[in-house]
Design a protein around this ligand. Structure first.
Ligand SMILES: *Cc1c(COP(=O)(O)O)cnc(C)c1O
Length: 412
């Protein structure tokens, strides 16, 4: 028998979404009537169809694949130039941010990119994560053997946890100790919080002082409504020397089932070997990608490029407006119900304090049983998420209105 990667055995059982599924299944099987009116506001998945500009481009690309004259085989591992150039121009240069097309690596998802990036980084790095956190950042470090086993409270030895609570507006202060890598995600999943320019500048200053690599997840940047909130870490001077940015078409253009994303690695960004010599992370990632990936599919990249067409931009804006309209409805209803509410103004997630500091799984059970609505308990995202719960605004308008009414009617 082959030996296994024993670090996987450190991963905690009862992972968030399977546990939610288990409880929902139990509920629907014992309450068939209530099950019929169940509304899911749990998992962060989009509900609305792809923008027509994207599906048109997808159909046209499929037709190209059907003709020997226009058929495409393997594409460039780093993505087609038509897409990398559209991204550079529309997401960065047009905002005055210097990111060139050859610094963009197109992939089939930001989840895999945020996970795979560890391939090019050393095992001796001290890792800092926010708490609560998108579980991928933490679990991939556990799998790679960068942590000890979890303690009784579920925290892994070797990780620097940075609690994000209402007290710090869900943006942690830079730690006193040195981290080699810090994962930041703004607008944030799950808290819906954004980081200000000053806060990000503080992190860039910390990173430069401590030679820290910032892994910046901007999957939700399209939902920013406030003109002052940065869309990219590269809007901060100096970030090109200390940060990698992850983006995705999943949330803005509804590509969760279509799969396209990209990672930005500036040319001047370096990491160090044990002798202290600097090496280009762009070169390492380029090599890693060429070796382990054969590129995102051509039709999908054509569909992603259509996001930047005039029609695509309008249609993506409509999707964002739709979801942010839901967020507003959910925010207002929960505020009116007397709950303490965060997020939902620059992100499609509402983050709420549990009343009387009730455990978040209790609130999950109550909302499920009393309103037939699935929310996400904050504890599932980390210890500092306890005492909070998340409502997703990814839904139809009718469902968002119904959820607002049902949660509003509960005896909080
Ligand atoms: C949804 C999400 C992503 C996007 O992942 P994909 O693999 O591109 O679908 C990335 N980061 C966070 C925090 C997310 O919530």
């Amino acid at each position: 028998m082959a030996f296994i990667n024993e670090h996987y055995l450190k991963l905690q059982a009862g992972y968030l979404f399977p546990e939610i599924s288990r409880r929902v299944k139990e509920f629907t099987e014992s309450n068939p009537v209530a099950a019929a009116r169940l509304i899911r506001c749990g998992i962060g998945d989009v509900t609305e169809p792809l923008p027509p500009a994207c599906t048109e481009a997808l159909h046209a690309a499929v037709d190209e694949m059907a003709d020997r004259e226009t058929f495409k085989g393997y594409g460039p591992e780093h993505g087609y130039d038509f897409l990398r150039e559209a991204i550079s121009e529309n997401d960065f240069q047009s905002r005055g941010v210097n990111v060139t097309a050859d610094e963009i690596f197109v992939s089939d998802g930001a989840k895999c990119d945020t996970a795979n990036i560890l391939d090019i980084l050393g095992h001796q790095n001290r890792i800092a994560i926010t708490d609560p956190v998108y579980p991928v950042y933490l679990d991939t470090n556990v799998m790679a053997g960068h942590t000890d086993t979890a303690d009784d409270a579920g925290q892994y030895g070797g990780i620097i946890y940075l609690p994000c609570t209402a007290e710090n507006n869900f943006v942690p202060a830079t730690p006193d100790e040195k981290a080699d890598i810090i994962y930041l995600c703004y607008p944030n999943n799950p808290t819906g919080a954004t980081a200000t320019r000053e806060q990000l500048a503080g992190w860039v200053a910390y990173a430069k002082e401590n030679n820290t690599l910032i892994l910046f997840d901007a999957a939700y940047e399209a939902f920013i409504q406030d003109a002052e909130v940065p869309h990219s870490i590269y809007e901060i001077a100096g970030a090109r020397e200390c940060a990698i940015e992850f983006r995705s078409f999943s949330k803005n253009a509804g590509f969760t089932g279509t799969r396209c994303a990209f990672t930005v690695i500036p040319k001047e960004l370096t990491g160090t070997d044990t002798e202290g010599n600097a090496h280009s992370l762009h070169s390492l990632w380029s090599r890693r990608t060429a070796t382990k990936f054969n590129g995102a599919s051509y039709p999908i990249q054509k569909a992603a490029a259509a996001v930047y067409s005039d029609a695509g931009k309008t249609q993506v804006q409509e999707l964002v407006t739709h979801y942010m309209g839901n967020a507003k409805i959910l925010r207002e209803a929960t505020i009116a119900a007397g709950l303490e509410v965060f997020g939902g103004t620059n992100a499609p997630y509402i983050w709420l304090k549990t009343p009387n500091a009730a455990p978040s799984w209790n609130i999950f059970d109550r909302v499920l049983n009393e309103a037939a609505v699935v929310i996400t308990p904050g504890a599932g995202f980390g210890n500092a998420g306890e005492g909070y719960f998340r409502i997703s605004a990814f839904n139809s308008r009718a469902n968002a209105e119904e959820v607002a009414e049902r949660i509003g009617a509960m005896a909080w």
